[in-house]
Design a protein around this ligand. Sequence first.
Ligand code: ZN
Length: 454
Amino acid sequence: MYENVDRQILGDLYLSRQGMEFLTQLVEDYGPRFGGSDEERAAAAFIVDKFRSAGADDAWTESFECTSWKRNTTELQSTSPQARDLDCIALPYCPPGEIEAPLVYLGDGHPQAYEENMTAMKDAIVMVTTATPKFYHRTMHRGEKLGRAVEAGAAGFIWMRGEPGGLPETGSARFGRACEIPAISVSYETGHEILRMASNGDVRLKISSDNEIFETESLNAVAELRAPENDAEHLVVGAHYDGHDISQSAADDGAGTAVVLEALRALAPHRDKLKRTIRFVGFAQEEMGLMGAEDYAQEHSSDPIRFMLNLDGAGRGENVSFILQGWPETMKYFRQMNKDMFETDIAVGDSPSLYSDMYPFSARGIPSATLRSTPQASSGAPRGYGHTYWDSLDKINPRYIQADAARVARLLFRLATEEDPPLKRKDPAEIGEQLTEMGFDKVLRYEGRPVPGE
Ligand SMILES: [Zn+2]
């Protein structure tokens, strides 16, 4: 059965222009789709329309309340050893206000640098780079680096880009709530301008900002391909359609949303063979703290979801990874499936992450994974052009959208037709234990998030 369906999926997608057309319209007509904005809500309605015309049995929006933020003016100045105006941008959830304080620089933010500067950080502006800490066993997310500074009593936070290129990197300061302290971002070059001043004496900096924080509503866009008989147990595949206000957010994650849509289009003609219904979701507010996925997972926590596949970072390149989120016992099963599909270059691993839309599902014990592909054109930074001004359409190759959509459609078709795939729910406490073993319990606390099962 798979061979004919595979041929059709591959042929349909290879010839489809609609993924790229959708992405172009999404970013050009709806802008960055910043979480909680009118454009984000309008984009949700647009995606529902597209889900319908791609062949969904039904498509709708699900709304939730959330805290949003609006960028106004933010200024950074040095007051000592010399007065200078410096370029900066605010991180989302940076509160309004003004502070002046001495600078403490922690380099790439290795935990040891935090420990050595516990006293110095109190009432200071802590600057740390976006780079992955050298000589540490794992990556450290912005949320953790900022959370550690807040816990040490810092007065302000500067997120300095770790690589040259004049690009400050954005990213929400907190998960779905106002940050306690002003939090801004500077480019590598501005960061070094500040550090050069520090060699002539202690640097004092002033940050002033009049951003707004307010309550609003966002919408997840949901569609369904219904299995003819078993319409209870289902699969969920999704990507976040919201983006950062400073860019088109074409790769992160407009491209992933296009992959969701194209996988739906390719699977629609085969819905009569499905044993499990498939839900396709465009999640809102991921960039502001996984709020759309959190709401969906919460509202549907008693739904019989057999598997959740996240596509944050899909459709961007040829180095494809399929990363399970705490189900290492299923690696063998997925490796075999890729072999059977002749998708031999997909790297399969198990490496739980706290930072995208699969996490609210895995934290509730729902088997989940994320499929992403690495961009070819990159700035050399861990995020590439993601979260910068230049996450733009010109970086997107339509072939990567087609190829990832075909991988996802073929994989979902197998999971939706197999009698009993080895995907079992876990007790959230077990997920919590796994994360604690990896040291993520502390990270969640720095970020003000609960440990699963607690
Ligand atoms: Zn993303």
